[in-house]
Design a protein. Structure first.
Length: 47
């Protein structure tokens, strides 16, 4: 399987590093979607 050589090469560091990279990509995607107006922002409109 493809994962076995990677785990042997990088050890247990591979899993948290992968989760971090996926999270960083997802967070960046959310920021981009919010800036382009496709997602609502968290700013309150209490006037």
């Amino acid at each position: 399987m493809l994962v076995d050589p990677l785990v042997e090469a990088f050890g247990p560091f591979l899993i948290p590093a992968t989760v971090f990279v996926i999270g960083a990509i997802g967070y960046g995607l959310l920021i981009l979607l919010t800036r382009y107006g496709l997602l609502p922002s968290q700013q309150s409109d209490d006037t």
